[in-house]
Design a protein around this ligand. Structure first.
Ligand SMILES: NC(=O)c1ccc[n+]([C@@H]2O[C@H](COP(=O)([O-])OP(=O)(O)OC[C@H]3O[C@@H](n4cnc5c(N)ncnc54)[C@H](O)[C@@H]3O)[C@@H](O)[C@H]2O)c1
Length: 332
């Protein structure tokens, strides 16, 4: 099986939001990319995303054109994957599409290549079920925008070799990411289970006319959101318990957990609720062009990571290591 350091060419299968983000991240670290997607307009879309991502990526690491990876697009799956060292599948979140697609990728790919899927929550054991070489398959779940956010959850299925998980994780580290190996195969993995709990609650509060989408976003960005960029809920609550720590915190706030505050099941996605969510968020984006808002988001992310770099903490530490690694590469 290929070693992380030997990975020079990555095939991107499915070039929507996530696939294009992977391409931009890899190219900036000098990895060659071959992308494929069966739909018309796909090539234009991925080229646009790569161009747009470049502004923020240049802030992360200033890479001259000749030190970036080369980019090629083909509509032909076999051509895209046959010489790749690593294949990242980012097709729609649907087993009926992904299972046969992964089986085709497996058939066309070199036997030593690793195959990763960007799925947000489908189980790797099911996704690898029609592959012949199941041992080289991993789930590698990233976060949007993939070219900036470091987290990638790496999960193996029943037939995945530990070596594949380890090599994949090491490769993601080499391209500036923070791989989180998920030890137990579970739907939604770790991060999306947490995010979905919040999302379900948002849908209820909008559905019941308790708050607008903007009020709920305000409830996050001026409070917990600021902390979440560098300290998760658990360590934050440890601090919130004062010097007596988590024990005191749990005793004090534990009883509230018994109150029926939150709802575990999402509300019915009625036309009315969908319309409220769409109207609310359209109003929030206030007529700003999509690409413009995307760039504002990108700039804010880079600035936060740079601020944390000063403390060599959380994503700031990942950024610092990424910069050092890439500086060495550029000096060679
Ligand atoms: N959007 C997110 O925030 C996010 C975050 C993490 C993971 N993911 C996961 O990434 C994957 C892709 O999501 P997305 O948001 O980029 O979706 P998307 O709809 O933006 O892109 C999917 C792309 O796959 C292409 N496609 C369809 N059938 C294909 C096939 N047979 N072969 C190759 N390409 C095919 C489509 O043309 C499209 O360009 C999903 O599994 C999703 O769960 C999404």
């Amino acid at each position: 099986m290929i070693k992380a350091k030997e990975i020079k060419t990555v095939a991107i299968v499915g070039t929507g939001v996530i696939g294009a983000g992977w391409a931009a991240r890899c190219l900036h670290r000098g990895i060659d990319v071959v992308a494929t997607d069966p739909y018309e307009g796909a090539e234009q879309n991925i080229r646009e995303v790569i161009k747009n991502a470049d502004k923020a990526l240049q802030r992360v690491i200033n890479v001259p054109e000749d030190k970036k990876g080369t980019f090629r697009f083909t509509a032909n799956l076999e051509e895209a994957v046959k010489d790749a060292d690593y294949i990242q599948e980012s097709a729609p979140e649907n087993e009926e599409i992904k299972i046969p697609l992964l089986s085709d990728i497996d058939r066309f790919a070199r036997p030593d290549a690793i195959i990763g899927s960007s799925t947000s929550g489908l189980l790797p054991t099911r996704l690898q079920s029609k592959m012949k070489h199941r041992e080289r398959f991993v789930v590698a779940h990233p976060f949007n925008p993939v070219y900036l956010l470091p987290l990638v959850e790496v999960v193996g299925g029943e037939k995945t070799l530990q070596e594949s998980v380890d090599n994949a994780a090491e490769f993601y580290e080499l391209i500036g990411m923070k791989p989180l190996k998920v030890r137990t195969e579970i739907e939604g993995f770790l991060a999306d289970r947490l995010l979905e709990a919040l999302w379900r609650e948002i849908l209820w509060l909008v559905n019941d006319d308790v708050a607008t989408t903007k009020e709920l976003d305000d409830a996050i960005i001026y409070g917990a959101g600021l902390r979440w960029a560098f300290m998760g809920t658990n360590l934050t609550y440890w601090l919130a318990g004062g010097k007596k720590g988590m024990h005191h915190f749990m005793k004090q706030f534990g009883p509230a957990l018994k109150l029926p505050w939150t709802k575990l099941e999402a509300p019915e996605l009625t036309d009315e609720l969908i319309e409220k969510m769409v109207e609310g968020t359209d109003e929030q984006s206030d007529g700003v062009d999509f690409r413009e808002l995307e760039q504002l988001r990108d700039n804010c992310i880079v600035s936060i990571m740079e601020a944390l770099e000063e403390y060599q903490y959380a994503s700031g530490k990942v950024l610092q290591e990424d910069r050092e690694r890439q500086k060495k590469r550029l000096e060679l």
